[in-house]
Design a protein around this ligand. Structure first.
Ligand SMILES: Nc1ncnc2c1ncn2[C@@H]1O[C@H](COP(=O)(O)OP(=O)(O)OP(=O)(O)O)[C@@H](O)[C@H]1O
Ligand SMILES: [Mg+2]
Length: 441
C-alpha cells in the first residue's frame, strides 16, 4: 500500500497557500478521525465539507482510508505507511491502542504525534493542491478538531492527552523537509503554548460529530438514540438524548461505554490458546474480517476452535451492549417513548460490516418492546467531492462531522454532568445544567 510521496506534498510544511500579499481570510476546519486501524480526515470551508483522499501517499483502497502507521528509517527519515526498505522494527503501528487508557504515557502520545504531524502536513498540502484555486490569496485560519471516544470527555486526563496529541502534531508538522518533522516526539505541547496559524483546536466525541449530518437531515427526531461503533480497537456504545435548548442542538450523554471489543479484539480472541508458530499465515488486522471457516482455512486454526471462541465473543458483546440499555432504562431516562416505540440506533465503523457484530446486535434482548431500529447515518448535507454512497459514507462520517466549527456541532453535555433519572427530589447543583434543559418536557 506504500506510495512514494508525490512532489506536491512538500508544500504542506507551510500553513498558507500564498505566503504574502493576502487578500481576505478563510476559516478552514480540519476534522481528524485518528483510528486504531484507519485514519480518516475531512476539511470544511465556505459551507462545504471535503473528505481527504490519500492517493498522494498511499495505495490503500478505498482512497479515503489511510492505515494508521508510519516508518522511521534508521537515518531518521519519516514516511506515512510501511516503506518497502523498512525493517520490521522501523515500522510504527498500534499508535492509538494506548489511548484506551486515560493514563496514556507521554511516549505513546509522542509516537502518535509523529503520525498526526505527517497526516496534518499531508492534509494542508492536499488543500493547496486540490482547492488552492478556490482559496486564491486568502489568509488561511486553521482549526483542528480531533475525535475522541464517547467517554473521552468524562476523563479530564484523557481529554488532555488528545489535546496534547493534536497540538504536538500541529507544531511538529511545520517543517518543510518532507522526510523530517520539527522538534522531537518527546517535547509535547504545553497548555497555553501558541501554535502558528492554528486559531483553535478541540477534542470532540466522535459520535457527536457523526450526529451532525443527522441533525441537519429531514430524518432527525428528538429523544433517546443510541450509537454503536465497531472500530479496529474499540466497541463504543452510547445512549444519548437529541434535544434543543434555545434553538441550539444539545446532546446530553446518558450512558457512554468503550470496550476493547473491536475487530482486533475479535481476532485476538480467535487466536487465544493458539501458538504463534502454529499459524500457516499471519493475520492482517487491517483486512476485512473473514467468516470463521475462511479464517480457519487461511490460518490453519481448527474451525471448531474459531467457532467456539466467536460464540464467547458474541455473548460478551451482547452482555456489554445490553447493560448500556439496561442502565439507560433503569436510571437515566425511564420515561422515554423509545422503550415502547423502538430505539433509533446508528450502527457504524468498519466492524459493522462483519455479520457477527450485526447479528449480535439484532438478536439481543433489549428493554424496548420494539427492539432497536438500526439506521445508517445520513450523509452530511454539505458533503462535496465524495463519490461513495451511503454505506461508504459511514466510514468517513466522524471526520466529516468534525470538519465543522464547535458551535455547529452543538452543545455537548458529558454523562458526568447529567443527573440520574431517579424518582427522588433532586438537590440543586448550580454547576450542572437544569434537567429540564436536557430532556424533552
Ligand atoms: N468489509 C468488511 N468486513 C469485515 N470487516 C471489515 C470490513 N471492512 C473493514 N473491516 C474491519 O474494520 C476494521 C476497521 O474499522 P474502522 O476503520 O472503523 O476502525 P478505526 O476507526 O480505525 O478503529 P477505532 O475506532 O477503534 O479507533 C478493520 O480493522 C477491519 O478489520
Ligand atoms: Mg473509529
Amino acid at each position: 500500500m506504500f506510495r512514494q510521496p508525490e512532489g506536491w506534498i512538500a508544500r504542506g510544511g507551510w500553513t498558507q497557500c500564498v505566503e504574502a500579499g493576502h487578500s481576505g481570510a478563510v476559516d478552514i476546519v480540519i476534522g481528524l478521525d485518528f483510528g486504531t486501524s484507519y485514519t480518516k480526515a475531512a476539511v470544511g470551508f465556505r459551507d462545504k465539507i471535503f473528505p481527504v483522499t490519500w492517493d498522494g501517499v498511499s495505495k490503500c483502497e478505498p482512497n479515503y482510508l489511510l492505515p494508521s502507521e508510519y516508518t522511521e528509517l534508521r537515518d531518521g527519515s519519516l514516511f506515512i505507511g510501511q516503506h518497502p526498505n523498512a525493517r520490521s522494527d522501523e515500522i510504527r503501528n498500534d499508535l492509538k491502542l494506548p489511548f484506551i487508557n486515560p493514563a496514556v504515557s507521554r511516549s505513546s502520545i509522542g509516537a502518535a504525534s509523529t503520525f498526526i504531524a505527517l497526516v496534518l502536513r499531508y492534509v494542508r498540502a492536499w488543500v493547496f493542491h486540490h482547492h488552492g484555486d478556490k482559496l486564491g490569496r486568502a489568509h488561511l485560519r486553521w482549526q483542528l478538531n480531533i475525535g475522541a471516544p464517547s467517554n473521552g470527555l468524562e476523563s479530564t486526563q484523557l481529554a488532555r492527552a488528545y489535546h496534547a496529541l493534536a497540538a504536538t502534531g500541529w507544531r511538529r508538522s511545520l517543517e518543510t523537509n518532507p522526510q523530517r518533522l520539527a522538534g522531537s516526539a518527546s517535547e509535547l505541547w504545553q497548555e497555553g503554548e501558541a501554535l502558528p496559524d492554528l486559531v483553535d483546536h478541540q477534542v470532540r466525541p466522535e459520535f457527536v460529530a457523526q450526529m451532525a449530518g443527522y441533525m441537519q437531515s429531514p430524518q432527525r427526531q428528538r429523544g433517546l438514540h443510541a450509537l454503536v461503533d465497531v472500530g479496529g480497537g474499540t466497541l463504543d456504545v452510547v445512549t444519548f438524548n437529541v434535544h434543543q435548548v434555545d434553538e441550539e442542538d444539545t446532546f446530553p450523554f446518558l450512558v457512554p461505554q468503550v470496550h476493547a471489543l473491536g475487530t482486533h479484539g475479535l481476532i485476538q480472541n480467535r487466536l487465544l490458546g493458539v501458538e504463534a508458530d502454529g499459524l500457516t499465515r499471519a493475520v492482517d488486522e487491517l483486512a476485512p474480517i473473514d467468516a470463521a471457516p475462511v479464517f480457519a482455512r487461511a490460518t490453519g486454526v481448527a474451525e471448531a476452535h474459531v467457532v467456539s471462541r466467536d460464540a464467547l465473543f458474541r455473548a460478551e458483546l451482547q452482555r456489554v451492549i445490553k447493560s448500556v440499555f439496561d442502565i439507560t432504562k433503569s436510571r437515566r431516562y425511564r420515561l422515554s417513548d423509545a422503550w415502547r416505540t423502538g430505539i433509533r440506533t446508528f450502527f457504524t465503523g468498519g466492524g459493522a460490516l462483519f455479520d457477527l457484530y450485526r447479528e449480535a446486535l439484532k438478536t439481543m434482548p433489549v428493554p424496548s418492546t420494539q427492539g432497536l431500529h438500526l439506521m445508517p447515518l445520513p450523509p452530511h448535507k454539505n458533503l462535496d467531492g465524495f463519490t461513495g454512497g451511503v454505506h461508504e459514507y459511514q466510514r468517513i462520517s466522524v471526520a466529516c462531522g468534525l470538519a465543522q466549527d464547535a458551535f455547529t456541532l452543538g452543545r455537548i453535555v458529558p454523562a458526568k454532568e447529567v443527573e440520574d433519572d431517579r424518582p427522588v427530589v433532586p438537590t440543586y447543583r448550580s454547576s450542572r445544567p437544569d434537567r429540564d434543559d436536557l430532556y424533552p418536557k
